[in-house]
Design a protein around this ligand. Structure first.
Ligand SMILES: NC(=O)c1ccc[n+]([C@@H]2O[C@H](COP(=O)([O-])OP(=O)(O)OC[C@H]3O[C@@H](n4cnc5c(N)ncnc54)[C@H](OP(=O)(O)O)[C@@H]3O)[C@@H](O)[C@H]2O)c1
Length: 260
């Protein structure tokens, strides 16, 4: 599929599952070159192979832990050894841990959520920006959440982290105005990925309950939105996009079908 993205360099963090993996395939179909990052490199290897079959002329991967500054810097050094140019940076790595009220919150959960969703985005942008600035028309797409816009019980740290992501996006949009680089946030609602399995630490039954009786977003729905935002002409910046499944009108207003 011929596209403005054909032969462009696209970096996706958190590409080993969910939105990141689905976005890699959507970009590949448009002939984009892919730089994939996550901690589970075995999955990245399989994804890179699939992306090549889907039309990416070059799909490469490397270990990335966005929670670590040395890892991010080492990753971007590797990127530099592959290409001097970056056109699209998708800061997608992140997620939630636990659904505890603040009174019962765990330091390790809070710290991980801030390390990935907030500091991970800052680290990636700081490290990768010099590869983007010489090429006006590029775009940074951060994956936020409706949780960054509306609080819910048990979500204090995750909501705060995604609100942080939203404000980072807004600050970057201002800082980069005049460079020709665009900055966007895509903020999904409920989507069925590994998100809930990770949040509930492998409890598959509890994770499945989140989507019971609902038709949630699929990873592909969000991936299509990511690619659409990246594919706009260089003078068009979709600053902020909220995308929810039809059954979810608001964080708390979810239509669930009962069985039988
Ligand atoms: N699904 C939803 O309902 C939903 C809604 C709104 C927003 N979001 C956001 O969308 C993004 C993607 O989530 P998803 O739904 O696709 O969930 P997912 O399937 O669990 O994917 C999360 C991805 O992030 C990566 N990741 C996590 N920690 C990382 C780290 N320290 N370093 C590098 N990569 C890391 C994971 O890879 P490794 O474990 O291999 O490192 C994985 O590829 C997240 O930012 C999430 O907060 C999700």
């Amino acid at each position: 599929m011929k596209s403005i993205l054909t032969d462009k360099w696209v970096l996706i963090t958190g590409a080993s599952s969910g939105f990141g993996a689905a976005a890699a395939i959507e970009f590949a179909r448009r002939g984009a070159r892919l730089l994939l990052g996550a901690r589970r490199v075995d999955r990245l290897a399989a994804l890179a192979e699939q992306a090549s079959k889907e039309g990416s002329p070059q799909a490469v991967f490397h270990f990335l832990d966005v929670a670590s500054t040395p890892s991010v810097n080492e990753y971007v050094e590797w990127v530099r050894s592959v290409t001097p140019r970056l056109d699209v940076l998708v800061n997608n790595a992140g997620g939630a841990l636990g659904l505890d009220p603040v009174a019962e919150g765990k330091d390790s959960d809070w710290e991980t959520m801030f390390q990935t969703n907030v500091l991970g985005v800052l680290r990636m942008v700081r490290a990768a920006l010099s590869l983007m600035l010489p090429y006006p028309g590029g775009i940074i797409i951060n994956i936020g959440s409706v949780a960054g816009r509306t609080a819910y019980e048990g979500g204090a740290a995750y909501c705060a982290a995604k609100a942080g992501e939203l404000q980072i996006t807004r600050a970057l949009r201002l800082e980069l105005c005049g460079t020709g680089l665009r900055v966007a946030t895509i903020d999904p609602g409920m989507a069925e990925t590994e998100f809930s399995l990770v949040r509930f630490k492998g409890d598959a039954k509890r994770a499945a309950q989140v989507y019971e009786g609902v038709q949630p977003l699929r990873a592909e729905d969000v991936a299509e939105a990511i690619v659409w935002v990246a594919e706009r002409p260089p003078h068009v910046c979709i600053d902020e996009m909220v995308i929810k499944c039809t059954d979810q009108a608001a964080v708390y207003k979810v239509h669930r079908r009962t069985k039988g």
